[in-house]
Design a protein. Structure first.
Lengths: 244, 244
DNA sequence: TTCTGTGAAATAGTTCACAGCG
DNA sequence: CGCTGTGAACTATTTCACAGAA
């Protein structure tokens, strides 16, 4: 029983089978490595890089071994080589043009975020529904109408769709992006969008992140002060107000 | 992380020990439940909610049981009750005032994002280093100088610090926030910041998310087209065939 | 000697499957 | 009956610990 789900005459071999957990850490390693490279470091030990990435050294070594990266015993890993290899594994040796749907506050901020372009995700297109916004230029890109989305995706060879619409329009935006042939979406709205299985969606939701922080903060405060109410602010529970 | 390691005279009992995996899903359930509540639904089965949240029903039931939430056999879970209980567990029955450090494009977008305030994370303070920005008003909040950060945190009873500075200033911002007594940080820069163990940091990094998307997109494209180069763009990197 | 690569053990998390309450 | 709550099996991931390459 290979890992394949359904019927697959070609079990694997072509598939190195990198675990999701590993994939999630690769960008962290890469980030740390870029810092080291900037400092002129030629090699790193798994221990040093693990510290930077805040993981266990064994985990790091296993991750690297798992994607076929090998170091030198007694020495460590070659920084430049590592950067290159991880980049290849992540697919960063090529550009992945991005379209942003929804040019409000957030969309505008994203369009202006140069980290995107410099990291290989050039913002090639912006679309919105608002006629007042369509035609304006943001970060050097002219905003087009969302009705032309499919055409635009095709024309600009877009690879990734970013959803920065109001929550109410998120599902529609996703549907259109998928209809245009995209299989990689990044959803900035707080709603869960549903997609066919071949589409990869990742969500970046502020509220979610904050709620998780809130949980841990509450827990640690409670632990510290016995039966703690956090901070100085004492808002008695109750009030489940917005049952919306 | 770092739950009790070695010596702990009081093993637990006070600590319900909710798993990280569960905590990460609670906001998703909550989101789905709010939608159901909005539709006027009075109760849900684990199956229905699991579908909305895209998880296995057993996982959902276990999560809920794990935080002490109980349903009614043969019926399901009471929506309003669930919303309330999850909110309490996440600590959402109180407000967690937020400070944003760095009022650039991103900081401004975050400050204007009303989702924050409506979900119990009011943006109470903004600080920046730029004298041109200090004194201006963004989203109804006057930007103060970062030198006053500690004072501001104290005055406004801030609970969460959001780092929206340029990457180069991220660590310094984190240090100041921690120095001001905060234990919950949300880092929007692409750099890994280091903090003492009692501080919870969560990162929302666009590049990381996109790199992960890139990986999966590349994998699926490769799988689909045999030996695939993705999309129409054919950037043959140099053959990085393994070097093992 | 140092530091990788990896069996093997330990942990964590998921999912099945079903007893049993309402 | 339908659907929860959970033992038990299973799968995934982490971590230890150490053999062995450079």
């Amino acid at each position: 029983m290979s890992a394949a789900d359904g019927v697959d005459p070609t079990p694997d071999q072509t598939t190195p089978r990198v675990s999701d957990a590993t994939v999630g850490r690769l960008p962290v390693y890469l980030q740390g490595l870029l810092g080291l490279a900037g400092d002129g470091e030629a090699s790193v030990s798994s221990e040093a890089l693990a510290e930077i990435a805040a993981v266990n050294p064994a985990t790091l070594r296993r991750d690297l071994a798992g994607i076929g990266i090998t170091g030198t015993r007694g020495v460590g890993y070659d920084v430049k080589y590592l950067v290159h290899e991880i980049s290849v594994v992540l697919g960063l040796n090529q550009a992945w043009p991005v379209i942003i749907v929804g040019v409000g506050n957030l969309g505008r901020a994203l369009a202006n975020y140069e980290g995107l372009t410099t990291q290989g995700f050039p913002v090639r297109a912006l679309v919105d529904v608002d006629p007042d916004v369509v035609g304006t230029s943001v970060a050097g890109v002219v905003v087009e109408h969302v009705d032309d989305l499919s055409k635009v995706v095709d024309r600009d060879e877009i690879a990734v769709g970013v959803i920065a619409t109001p929550a109410s329009a998120a599902q529609a935006a996703a549907d259109e992006l998928i209809g245009a042939g995209l299989a990689s979406l990044l959803n900035f709205t707080p709603v869960q969008i549903t997609t066919p299985p071949h589409v990869q969606v990742r969500g970046v939701d502020l509220a979610t992140e904050l709620q998780i922080l809130s949980f841990y903060q509450q827990r640690s405060t409670a632990a510290a002060s016995g039966t703690g109410v956090p901070l100085g602010a004492e808002h008695a529970p109750d009030s489940t107000d917005d049952a919306s």
